[in-house]
Design a protein around this ligand. Sequence first.
Ligand code: MZP
Length: 503
Amino acid sequence: MAKIIEDVSRTFSEYLLLPRLTGKGHLSRNVSMQTPVARYNAGEQPRLTLNLPFVAASMQAVSGVEMSIALARMGCAAFIYCSQSIDQQAAMIRKVKAHKAGFVESDSNLKPDDTLADAVAISRQTGHSTMPVTHDGSNKGKLLGILTDKDFWEFEDDLSAPIAEFMTPRAQVVHGSVGLSLHEANLLLRKHKKECLPILDGEGYLHSLVFKKDYVDHRKNPNEILDSRKRLITAAGINTHDFQDRVPSLVDAGADIFAFDSSDGYSEFQKDAALWIREKYGDRVVLGGGNVVSGEGFRYLVESAGLDFVKVGIGGGSICITREQKGIGRGQASALMDVVAERNRYFEKTGWYVPVCSDGGLASDTQIILALAMGADFVMMGRYFAMTDESPTPRVSISGRMYKPYWGEGSNRARNWQRYSSGDEANLKFEEGIDGYVPITGSVKDTLWLTAEKLKSTMCNSGAPTLAEFRDNAVLTRISQQSFVEGGTSNVVRLDTESSIVD
Ligand code: MZP
């Protein structure tokens, strides 16, 4: 006979946090929102931490190159979607990696007999205005000079002239030598008032370039997360079907964090795929999985597949209709608390701490805060990020308001059969996601800033300067429908709604 869980399936809006003692030092500026994304042993440091506990979902309407760059610079991550070809996904990862680095391999190069027209064409294609000139036009050739857009006037000079007549010749190029640290390279840039420093080997062959703008960018984004080569950290969604081809391509492209994008991750498919990836790459990559909604699912993935983090949530996503289509899922708060309790037991028993990610259904800043208080180490969101300027979809005007399209990965539009088919069936037989629109909130930077400020403020109310203390200190109360209503405004006309404007 079926087993019935007595507890009702609950969601975040049914809870409130009680304040704990706020000490004098509990000020927003003292709060750290750092959080682990990789499992770690008690007493050790995690292999990777985020500086903000928010990640963008692996979805076509959410996580492209622009979102990935924006979030890595702010200290979190976007999972570039896997519902596209392996080459397209790898190209996106490469773009993020190339966006900013200490030592960049040049991808806009010229040879001396190229013309100004060639230089203009390359610059248009890559968007770069500084181009090394090497003997063979490659980024590893012998350096002969540097051409920048300041060296010629596109609409005045003869574009058929060879660039050799315009470039700064090698003898006058300030350069660094291979082996120089980034700090030393930046000192040279500053001393010589240059924008770009070519790094050469002992024979004068080009190794890489260092740019002043990257230094400035770094200072403006102190929370950004970089890899060992000073490139932005990147994350990618993967599936259990083509992982043997996809993961190696993405690793080559530079991806750092992977997560299985699956609506139901409690499966042998996910275990086998995770073991294959671990066998091949060991701890070189951070590998997350899910989604699960029970402690049992969590333990299976952690014990049998050795995942770094586990995502929780089935059917709660704003575009998700899995529950009504298949009758599978669980209230997100209940699912999260069950998994967190199991995670804590696992930690007590083994000494391994496995981060938990609450994925989907977060409809407000309050719910994000409650998810973190209930034990999530970080939260994954789709709708929240789809609404920002940086999501990869066009703006659309509907009845005078601006929207962006947002659709589920299980919708006909995404046709991401890997995510929703079980095992080997490749055809989408019914939809589990809808296709719609969401209003635009503005830049992701402003949007996340506000959420982070609210989170820090609540953490201070809870006497918790870190997220770990926030979940340890959290005392939550269930609320009745009446107290939910009481929490809104009552008998007061709000000035921020259109209906309150009276002529
Ligand atoms: P939300 O933040 O928009 O509420 O939910 C985003 C999450 O919904 C994703 O991270 C993913 O787990 C889930 N998702 C994505 N597509 C579908 C679908 O088509 C879905 N059903 O449920």
